[in-house]
Design a protein around this ligand. Sequence first.
Ligand SMILES: [Zn+2]
Ligand SMILES: [Zn+2]
Length: 345
Amino acid sequence: MFAHLFEPALVNGPFGDPGLYADFRDERRALLVDLPDLAALPPRKLLRVSHVFVSHAHMDHFNGFDRLLRVVLGRKERVTLTGGPGFVAQVEHKLHAYTWNVVQRYEVALTLAVREVRPDGTGAQASFCSRTGFEREADGAFAAEGDVLHDEAVFRVRGRFVDHGVPCLAFAVEEKARVALGRDRIGAMGFGTGAWLRALKAAVLSGAPDDAPLDVRWRDRAGDHAATRTVGQLRPLVLAVGPGRRVGYVTDLRYTEANVDALAALLEGVDVLFVESVFLDADVDHATRKHHLTAGQAGAIARRIGAKSVVPFHFSPRYDGRGAEIVAEVEAAWGRTLGRFDSAR
Ligand SMILES: [Zn+2]
Ligand SMILES: [Zn+2]
């Protein structure tokens, strides 16, 4: 099993609202990039979302906030959201558009931790808890480490601004390394899969000593199970350690040298590039006016940064039924055909 830490997939089809769901399957956890119409995701998938990254607050990228909130409210303790300039206030305004006089009674209180980063490198954060009717609390500065917006033992999320008429964040979701586990060996030891596999991967990647204890917990039809083993005892589950997969999410920008340079700095050699391909090349003037890419420009970006796999999305509804033409223009400019991540055909 050389499984990746997470599997990325578009929330909607290429003509639908743009957004990415990165599923950390062994952990019952996920990340969302953008908050598009989320009707395609069942509640069990939304309940896994721990972190959300929003490129900018145009409606097609932010209207899913309401559905996410609706599903997690009363059932989940914490969600962290990160966005661009003004994002803390935008979330605050969303929350304050509702009446919350009974929400204090929910057994599980929800905290939304909200962060914003700005092109000048400054940032802000605040939190909003259902117990207080989502009053703004814990106001403070937020300092990203360079372009690293979120950092954990086994993966990180980086972001850089591109120009879309407004500042808009492009994201890189990066596995720090890929740890191959023998799934059959997990079963042979009598264990099931669970969040402990992440702890094991983190222990291996951080060079934990063999005698370090690790809690092995999993759930199956028979119920909850728990055991404790040392990292040394569990190390035979690790088949190999290799370079991690990097995933790029690029949407809502104009084709300018400055934008392409920013993307190259963020995504050089990226393994999978999700990239907006809004208009056909014939409509390039319209694309420029709307601060969007054409399919050929998307393909040119993929070629410039050396993307290994490309998934075009955010097609304009004006091309309904003509998705294959958009894909053909991306491929022609990229110089390759779309791979297994292609969901646009
Ligand atoms: Zn958009
Ligand atoms: Zn936009």
